[in-house]
Every structure is written in C-alpha cells, then in structure tokens.
Design a protein around this ligand. Sequence first.
Ligand code: ADP
Ligand code: MG
Length: 346
Amino acid sequence: MIQPEAAISTDPEAVPHTLEIVGLRKVFGARGNAGGVVAVNDVSFSIARGEVLGLVGESGSGKSTIARLIAHLHTPTAGEIRVNGQPVPARLRGAALRHFRRQVQMIFQDPYASLNPLHPVRYTLSRPLKIHRLSRGTMDAQIGALLERVGLAPASTYASKRSFELSGGQRQRVGIARALAASPDLILADEPTSALDVSIRLDVMNLMLDLKDQEGLSMLFITHDLAGARYMSDRVAVLYAGTLVEIGPATEVIDRPQHPYTQLLKSAAPKPDAGLVPEEIAARGEVPDLKALPPGCPFEPRCPHAMPECRSGLPQMYDVGHGHTARCLLHDPAIRLNRGGAVGAG
Ligand SMILES: Nc1ncnc2c1ncn2[C@@H]1O[C@H](COP(=O)(O)OP(=O)(O)O)[C@@H](O)[C@H]1O
Ligand SMILES: [Mg+2]
C-alpha cells in the first residue's frame, strides 16, 4: 500500500510513462475456480507523457473494462497498474483516492448519461474544483476559464445552462471540462465521440488534441473506429476477446496491420478516400464465448490463416519492426520458414 504522502512527493515530470499496465486481468462472475467471463486477459502496455494511445476492438472486446480498471472503478483480478511510476494499490480511499483522481480522469461515451440533466453546468464543474482545490481564483473565474478552454464561450451563458439545454457536442465539452477541472496527467476517453453526430465528432477530436498539446496530457483514446484511432493516436493497440493482439505506431498498425484480426478490421472499415466517416466495425463469423476461450489464439476459429499450431497455446507478441508487435505465429521465424517465408497478410 503506498502512502498518499509518498505519492505526492513524486515528480510526474521525472517519470517517462504516465501509465504502465502489466499483466492486467479481469474475470467477471467467477465462483472459486469455476467459470466467469474473462473480459481482460493478461494485457500489458504503457502510455508515455504527452502520448495518445488508441485502443480499438469490436464491441465486447474489453475496452471499457480496461479503462474502468485503470480508473479504479473495477478491481483487477490480477496484474499491476502504475501511474506516474507508482503502483496503484488494489483499494484506494480518502486522500489517496482523491490524489489518484487528480492524476487520472475519465471521459465517458454518453454525455447524456454521465451528466445530471438538471444540474447547471456551474454546479457540475464546481464539484471537482472544490474537491481538488487547485486554483486560488474565485469559483466563477475558474469555471469561466474551464468553459473557455473547451470552446464554450461566452462562459457566463453556458455556466447557467442545465445540461438538458445543451447539444450533444456541448455536453461532451462539459464532460471534458469536468475532467480537466482536476488538472489530470492522464485522460481515459471511452468512445467519447461515438454518441455524437458525425458532423461534430471531428470538432471534439480536435479539441481533445489541442488540449493534449497545450497541457502535455497523456490519453487512452478508446474507439471502435480505425480512422478515428489513426487521427487521434500516436500509437494504436488492438484488442480481441480481451487479448492484446497488436500494438505499434498508429500509421504502422493501421496502414500495415500484421495481425489477421486487424487486417479483418481494416477490410471492414470505410476506405480512407471516403473521408473520416466512422462506422461500426462489422463482425464476421462468431465472436468467441469469453467463458470458454480456446486454449490457443482466441482469433483462431475465425482466422483465414489458422494452422494447427495456433490451437496449442496463446502466441507471444512478435516484433515486426518499427516499434510494432503482433501476437501471431505467422511472424514466428520457424513457422515463416516452413511456410516459405510468406506472411499471409491480406
Ligand atoms: N460489470 C460487468 N459484469 C459482468 N460482465 C461484464 C461487466 N462489464 C463488462 N462485462 C463483460 O465483459 C466483456 C467486455 O465488455 P466491455 O469491456 O464493456 O467491452 P467493450 O467496451 O470493448 O465493448 C463483455 O463480455 C461484457 O459483457
Ligand atoms: Mg465499451
């Protein structure tokens, strides 16, 4: 258990990674050793200071569960989470929890559900400002500054509105302002634009990128849209059935996917020359039962390149160059040799 004093004495600027997760696992509804849904299966990645990591995968792949584990809204079944170099204890309370929330904030998919429709914007923003007490200015001045940072000007007009009086895009801007009120180092954005009209998604994404640049924020940007992930992210991680299958620079992973699942996602996505039009990733074939995952690669039952070896155990992550790794035996040197050196990329 880390003491809040010890955590407060850490200088975040001195730590290169805002977030590191190692071997993170979450099983829902397990009784003793029996069953349970393996929502997150041994996931490891890190996010550097000022970096955006995109997390993509189809619905039910465990994206939100990962965000909620990092945000301390779920307790991990196994694994470690480190924020600014400090391990996060399994249970945080009181001052330690407040200190944690000052470092890590979440933006939710649905601004309609995450803001109380009857609360004026002023009230929504005053609560985190009071809890974190970061600035000396008057409450109205702090709220005004937050609203201006998220493009809601004149601030006095928006501060007195109730959230049901705002458009979806304005509501999500309030959600972003609420996260910024804590002056966090890391923002976990769980499909922040999926519930918004296509016409305003780009505005909200650009706002998030501007804020990241201005404040040096790190960000986990969750989406099921590859074009959005490529636009927002420095690196992209691909999740399939709770398992990290590929990670690397955004252009590498999305332009040259090396895992057959990412190749399938890409082939199902709208073409780049069609513009930035996010669409639901089309599911082809069966999504595996998370209560009874196959012992090998979880994608093997759907994979066009499946080999008998794929069923014998979960493949490791193979280095495919340029800081890019993929969990697929097609990249195992011995197997490539047997197959005549051809990697079955589609
Ligand atoms: N609180 C919960 N209790 C039980 N099962 C859950 C819970 N939250 C998520 N799950 C299950 O975990 C899996 C991953 O869900 P989720 O993380 O929401 O995926 P995604 O965000 O990628 O759509 C799904 O099978 C889902 O039904
Ligand atoms: Mg989700």
